[in-house]
Design a protein around this ligand. Structure first.
Ligand code: PMT
Length: 400
C-alpha cells in the first residue's frame, strides 16, 4: 500500500554489518510508496554495493565519489533539502559522532546538515562502543536536537558477544518511519480511540469465556487512522498482534476493564471506533481457585456485561464528534444494523455478515455495509486493511 507516496526519504547507510539489513529496509520503504535516495559511506561499501539499493528502490544510490561528479556542487544540497526525512540505518558510532558535531566530511553527513527534515537514527555497533560515554554523549546531544533514536536492541552481536548494539529490525524502523511521515494527513491533530479484539470473562484463574475475534479488523483501523495522521489510542483485548507503531496501546481483558478504559480515553478523543467484540455476558462470579474436574461440571451463572457504546453515548463529552459502532450479524444484516444505529446512538455502523466464510471473525478479509442516517453503502469483499481505509475515509469526512 502506497501510504508513503510522494514522500522522499534520504537513507544513509554506514559501515556496519547491519548494512545488509538496510537493503531490506530500503525495499520495505519503497514498497510503502516512498522515493528512497540511498547514500552509502565508504565504509558501507565494504559490506554492500549501490546496486543492491538501486535494485530495491528503483532509484540511484550515491557514493562519496558522486560529491565530486557532474552534480558536484549541488548534489548534497539537493539530497538534503528534498528529503522529507533523513534516516541513517545502520548508524555507526563514527557517523553518530560526526552528526552530533555537525561535521560534514562525506556526502551523507553533508546532506544531513543541509536540510531541516526530521532525523531518524538506528544505531548499530558493538556493545562497548555503544555504552562508551562518548557515544552516549553524542546520542544524548542528537536526541536533544530532536533526532529520533531507534534502538539499538540487545542480542547477538557481530563480534560474537551478546549485548546491546543490534540494529532495530527493518520492519520496526519502516513502521516508525511510516508513523513520522504521515503526521500531516487529513486526521492530523485528531485523537482517535479504537477498540479491538475480544474480551475475556474469567470463570476461574485459568479459564475464560471469550469469542473468536482476532483483533485484525480493529488493528487495521488503528493503522489506517495513524496513516491518516491521527493520534491513536488502541484499547485491545488479548490478541497475538503487535500494535502499529505510534499507537498508544491500552491492553484490557474483560468488558468491565474495557468500559473503564474507553470512558477514560473518550474524554480526550475526537472519535471512537468500536471494533471490539465485547462479551455480552460474564460469569456472575469468578472462582478464586481453579475449578477441579473431580467436582463435576460446574453450573456457571451469567450476568449481562455493560454496553460500552451505550455508556459512551450517555457520558459523551463535547470533544467526541464521531462514534462508530460495528455490528456482527449472522442474519438480517441491514435490519439489525439499522436497529443498532438507533439503539446505540452512534453516527455510523459498520455491519459485517459473520456467517460468510471470508468475512467477520479471524479471516483477513471482510465485507461490510456502512449504515448511517444518511444512507447505506455496501462495500465489496476487501482485505481488512482496505475496509479500515474506507471507514477512516468516511470518518475524515465526519470530522471535517
Ligand atoms: O477481530 P477480527 O477477527 O478481525 O473480527 C472482526 C470483528 C468481526 C470482531 C469486527 O468486525 C466486529 O464486527 N466487531 C464488533 C463485534 C460485536 O461485538 O458486534 P455486536 O453486534 O455484538 O455489537 C455491536 C456494537 O456494540 C459493537 O461495536 C460492539 O463493540 C459494541 N458493544 C457490544 C457489546 C457490549 N457489551 N458493548 C459494546 O459496546
Amino acid at each position: 500500500m502506497a501510504v508513503l507516496k510522494g514522500k522522499r526519504i534520504l537513507l544513509g547507510v554506514t559501515g556496519s554489518i547491519a548494512s545488509y539489513k538496510a537493503a531490506d529496509l530500503a525495499s520495505k520503504l519503497a514498497q510503502l510508496g516512498a522515493e528512497v535516495d540511498t547514500v552509502l559511506t565508504a565504509a558501507a561499501t565494504q559490506f554492500v554495493t549501490p546496486l543492491t539499493f538501486q535494485s530495491v528502490t528503483g532509484r540511484r544510490a550515491y557514493l562519496d565519489a558522486d560529491l565530486w561528479g557532474n552534480e558536484g556542487h549541488v548534489l548534497h544540497v539537493r539530497l538534503g533539502k528534498e528529503a522529507d526525512l533523513v534516516l541513517v540505518a545502520p548508524a555507526t558510532a563514527n557517523t553518530l559522532a560526526k552528526l552530533a558535531q555537525g561535521r560534514a566530511d562525506n556526502l551523507l553527513t553533508l546532506a544531513a546538515i543541509t536540510g531541516s527534515a526530521p532525523l531518524v537514527l538506528a544505531p548499530a555497533m558493538d556493545g562497548d562502543m555503544y555504552t562508551n560515554p562518548a557515544t552516549q554523549a553524542n546520542l544524548a546531544r542528537l536526541a536533544e536536537r530532536g533526532a529520533h533514536i531507534l534502538g539499538p536492541q540487545s542480542g547477538h552481536l557481530a563480534s560474537g558477544l551478546s549485548g546491546v548494539g543490534r540494529m532495530v529490525e527493518p520492519a520496526e524502523i519502516a513502521a516508525q518511519t511510516r508513523y513520522l511521515l504521515t503526521r500531516d494527513g487529513p486526521l492530523g491533530g485528531k485523537r482517535v480511540l479504537v477498540t479491538a479484539g475480544g474480551t475475556q470473562e474469567a470463570v476461574d484463574p485459568v479459564r475464560a469465556i471469550s469469542n473468536r475475534s482476532s483483533g485484525k479488523q480493529g488493528y487495521a483501523l488503528a493503522q489506517a487512522a495513524l496513516d491518516a495522521g491521527a493520534e491513536v489510542t488502541l484499547v485491545s483485548g488479548p490478541t497475538a498482534l503487535a500494535a502499529p507503531a505510534g499507537a498508544m496501546l491500552r491492553p484490557v481483558r474483560s468488558a468491565e476493564e474495557m468500559l473503564a478504559e474507553v470512558l477514560e480515553q473518550a474524554k480526550n478523543s475526537d472519535a471512537l471506533l468500536m471494533a471490539a467484540a465485547v462479551a455480552d455476558f460474564r460469569p456472575k462470579s469468578s472462582a478464586s481457585q481453579k475449578i477441579k474436574r473431580a467436582g463435576g461440571a460446574p453450573q456457571i451463572e451469567l450476568v449481562a456485561n455493560p454496553d460500552i457504546l451505550a455508556a459512551v453515548g450517555k457520558a459523551r463529552g463535547k470533544r467526541l464528534k464521531a462514534v462508530v459502532g460495528f455490528a456482527a450479524e449472522s442474519q438480517d444484516l441491514l435490519k439489525n444494523a439499522q436497529q443498532k444505529l438507533k439503539a446505540k446512538k452512534v453516527d455510523l455502523i459498520v455491519a459485517n455478515d459473520i456467517s460468510a466464510a471470508d468475512a467477520g471473525f479471524e479471516v483477513d478479509t471482510n465485507q461490510v455495509v456502512l449504515v448511517s442516517k444518511q444512507g447505506v453503502e455496501e462495500l465489496p469483499l476487501m482485505s481488512k486493511d482496505e475496509v479500515a481505509r474506507a471507514v477512516i475515509e468516511r470518518l475524515s469526512s465526519m470530522l471535517l
